[in-house]
Design a protein around this ligand. Structure first.
Ligand code: HGA
Length: 607
C-alpha cells in the first residue's frame, strides 16, 4: 500500500519517477505526486486521484531536475485530496511515506506547540516537520534523519529529498518494504523491484530498521543501531520486472487467463512428474512430528488457507485452525509445542500476517510462509518458504495468486499425509496425477467465459448475491462473494450450504441470485436439497457443476455452468476460474474500475 520511488539520475527524472509510479499504482491510487530539485531547489507537483491526473499536470507544468522522489497514495490519515498527497514538503526537505506513524498526534502537538503550522491532515507531515526542525537547529540531512527516526512509532518506509542536495536521497525502512536499485552512476529507490524494472535489475532490499544514504556513487546502509551494514544485492529475474496487460483489457483478465500456465509452474516446482511424488524443499523440521497446524492470513489468502484446512485434516489427520491474521495476533491464541504456523500472503508484506508470523515464532511455533514474493519480509522471517510461482500480480483483486496458493498448499498437504503415514504411496501418485491435470482443466474452464459474460447481465442487476458451497467449496463460496464485492460493489455473502436454513434463506426472493458451487461429489445430494429450498422461494440459481451434477440437479430455475469432471481435491482450483470470471464480467458490465477498485489497494502494509 502506497508506492514510493526515488531516483538520482543523469538526466531529468520526472518522467522516470512517473514510469516507476505507474508500476506501483496497484498499491494505491488516491493521489500521486513527485518532488524534484529544480536548479537545486525543491519543487513539487501533486494531483488527487489516479496517476494520469498527475501526468496531465506535469505535461502542463513540467518539473526539471536530476534527482527526485515520488509517491502513489492509499490514504490512511487524511482524506484523498491534493493537500494530503505526498510528497510533503518544508523549506528544506520533501518526504514520501508508506505506512502509519502511530504517534503522530503527540509529535504534531509538540511541533504545533513550537509554532509550526501543518499544511496537511496526514500523519506523514510530522516526519517532514521533525527533520526540518533538526535542520533549522543546524543538523546536516543525515544527522537530522538519524535524530528523527528513533522518535517515530509505527510502520514505515520513507524517502527524503533535501533542498540544495542534488546528490542525496535518504531512505528508511521499518515495517514496510523498500528496495534500492543500482544503476551505472545512477541510484534508485522503490517499494518493490517491479518499480525499478525500467532502470535496473540489480536490487538490494533494506532489512527491518535499516536506513540508507544514497548518492550516485552507491548506498551506505546502517541498521537501527547506526552500525554500517552490508546487504546483499541480487540480480532480479527479468520476468519479475515486467508488467503489462498483454492483449487483455485489464490486468485481472490477463491474470485469470494466465492461471493454467502459472499453476503449472507452481506444480512443476513441487511435483516430480516422473516419480509422481511431491518434492518439497527441505524443511527445518519433521512433518511427521507436527501435532497442530495454525493457518493465518487475510482476505483471499485466508480463503486459500481455509480450503487447505480441509486437505490438511483429511490427508494429515491432525487438528488445524484457520484464523484471520488480525484476530490471531490479538486473541492471545495458545500455541503449544510441535505446532506449525502457516502464513499465506501474496505480497509477503501484509502487516497483520507478518505480525502473526512473529507472534507464532515468539510462541515457539515452526513457521512456513506461502508467498508470491520470495524476497519479501514474511519470506525472510519464516523458518521455511514455499513460494507460489504466480508471477507479479497487479490486479488488486487476487486471482492467480489464490490458485497458486491452493496448489502449493495442496502439495504440502500431500507431503504431510505421506510423512504422517495417512496416505499411501499409491494415494500420493493418484493425487499427483490429479494435480498434473489442473492446467488442462483450467483451460477447459476458461472456455466458459462467453457463457458467463451473458449470465453477468442478470448478476449486474442484482443488489445482493449469495454464494453457497460445502466442504472445500465453502471457502471458495466466500472467495467468490469477496471477489464480486471487491470489483463490482454488489453486496455478496458466501455461506456453507448447510447454514442456509439458519439465516440467509430469509433473504431469498426472485431478485436474489444464488451461486451454488457443487461438483458431483459425496455431498452433492445435500447441496441439491439446498437448491430445492432456494427454488421453492423463487430464488434464481446459478449452478457450477460437472456433467453428472448437471444431470442430477433436477431443480427449477437453474442456470448451469458445466465444468469437466475432476477429482474433488483439485476442484477448488479449477472452480476458481468461473468464480473469478463471474466477478470480472459483472464488474466490466457495471463499468467499475476492475484493476483498481475504489477504497482498496494491494499489498496491505498497514494494520
Ligand atoms: N499514512 C500515510 C501513508 C499511507 C499508506 O502508506 N498507506 O498504505 C497517508 O495516509 O498518507
Amino acid at each position: 500500500m502506497c508506492g514510493i520511488v526515488g531516483i538520482l539520475g543523469k538526466e531529468a527524472v520526472a518522467d522516470g519517477l512517473v514510469e516507476a509510479l505507474r508500476r506501483l499504482e496497484y498499491r494505491g491510487y488516491d493521489s500521486a505526486g513527485v518532488a524534484t530539485l529544480e536548479e537545486g531547489h525543491l519543487a513539487i507537483c501533486r494531483a488527487e486521484g489516479k496517476l494520469k491526473n498527475l501526468t496531465h499536470k506535469l505535461f502542463r507544468h513540467p518539473l526539471a531536475g536530476h534527482s527526485g522522489i515520488g509517491h502513489t497514495r492509499w490514504a490512511t490519515h487524511g482524506k484523498p485530496s491534493e493537500r494530503n498527497a505526498h510528497p510533503h514538503i518544508t523549506k528544506r526537505v520533501a518526504v514520501v511515506h508508506n505506512g502509519i506513524i502511530e504517534n503522530f498526534r503527540e509529535l504534531k502537538s509538540e511541533l504545533e506547540g513550537e509554532g509550526i503550522t501543518f499544511r496537511s491532515d496526514t500523519d506523514t507531515e510530522v516526519v517532514a516537520q521533525l527533520v526540518d526542525r533538526e535542520m533549522v537547529r543546524g543538523a546536516a540531512p543525515e544527522a537530522a534523519v538519524a535524530a528523527v527516526l528513533p522518535r517515530l512509532k509505527g510502520a514505515f518506509a520513507l524517502a527524503f529529498l533535501f533542498d540544495g542536495q542534488t546528490d542525496l536521497l535518504i531512505a528508511a525502512r521499518k515495517g514496510s518494504p523498500l528496495a534500492i536499485g543500482f544503476g551505472d552512476g545512477e541510484m534508485f529507490l522503490g517499494s518493490d523491484a517491479i518499480a525499478l524494472g525500467p532502470f535496473t535489475d540489480v536490487i538490494c532490499y533494506l532489512e527491518e530498521g535499516d536506513w540508507a544514504v544514497l548518492t550516485r556513487a552507491g548506498a551506505l546502509i546502517r541498521d537501527e543501531s547506526g552500525q554500517v551494514v552490508s546487504r546483499p544485492s541480487q540480480k532480479v529475474a527479468a520476468g519479475s520486472l515486467l508488467v503489462d496487460k498483454g492483449n487483455h483489457r485489464h490486468f485481472m483478465a490477463k491474470e485469470i487467463y494466465e492461471q493454467p500456465e502459472v499453476i503449472g509452474h507452481t506444480f512443476g516446482h513441487y511435483l516430480n512428474l516422473d516419480t509422481e511424488t511431491v518434492n518439497l524443499p527441505e524443511l527445518p523440521f519433521d512433518l511427521a512430528e507436527v501435532e497442530h497446524i495454525s493457518i493465518t492470513a487475510c482476505g483471499t489468502a485466508l480463503y486459500a488457507g481455509a480450503v487447505a484446512e480441509y486437505w490438511f485434516e483429511r490427508f494429515g489427520r491432525l487438528p488445524v485452525s484457520t484464523d484471520i491474521a488480525s484476530e490471531f495476533r490479538y486473541r492471545e491464541t495458545p500455541l503449544t509445542g510441535k505446532g506449525v504456523t502457516i502464513v499465506i500472503s501474496q505480497s509477503g508484506e501484509t502487516a497483520d500476517t507478518l505480525a502473526s508470523l512473529r507472534y507464532a515464532k515468539e510462541h515457539g511455533q515452526k513457521t512456513i510462509a506461502v508467498v508470491n514474493v520470495p524476497t519479501s519480509t514474511i519470506a525472510r522471517e519464516a523458518d521455511a518458504v514455499l513460494p507460489t510461482l504466480a508471477g507479479p500480480e497487479i490486479g488488486v483483486a487476487s486471482t492467480k495468486a489464490f490458485t497458486c496458493q491452493l496448489a502449493t498448499l495442496a502439495c504440502l498437504s500431500v507431503a504431510l499425509g505421506r510423512a504422517r503415514g495417512h496416505l499411501s504411496e499409491e494415494d500420493e501418485h493418484r493425487l499427483v496425477r490429479a494435480m498434473m491435470e489442473v492446467p488442462r482443466l483450467m483451460t477447459e474452464a476458461l472456455k466458459l467465459s462467453p457463457e458467463i459474460e451473458l449470465l453477468s447481465r442478470t448478476l449486474a442487476k442484482a443488489r445482493d448475491v449469495l454464494y453457497l458451497g460445502r466442504g472445500t467449496n465453502y471457502p471458495l463460496a466466500m472467495e467468490g462473494a469477496l471477489k464480486l464485492k471487491e470489483i463490482s460493489y454488489i453486496h455478496a455473502e458466501g455461506y456453507a450450504g448447510g447454514e442456509l436454513k439458519h439465516g440467509p434463506i430469509a433473504l431469498i426472493d426472485e431478485t436474489m441470485p444464488v451461486v451454488v458451487i457443487a461438483p458431483h461429489d459425496r455431498i452433492f445430494e445435500k447441496t441439491v436439497s439446498n437448491m430445492e429450498e432456494v427454488a421453492a422461494r423463487g430464488g434464481r440459481i446459478i449452478l457450477l457443476t460437472d456433467p453428472k451434477g448437471a444431470a442430477a440437479a433436477s431443480v427449477d430455475a437453474v442456470q448451469k455452468l458445466i465444468l469437466p469432471e475432476m477429482p474433488a481435491t483439485v476442484a477448488p482450483m479449477v472452480y476458481s476460474i468461473p468464480v473469478q470470471l463471474i466477478a470480472y464480467h459483472t464488474a466490466v458490465l457495471m463499468g467499475t474500475d476492475v484493476d483498481q477498485p475504489r477504497n482498496l489497494a494491494k499489498s496491505v502494509t498497514v494494520e
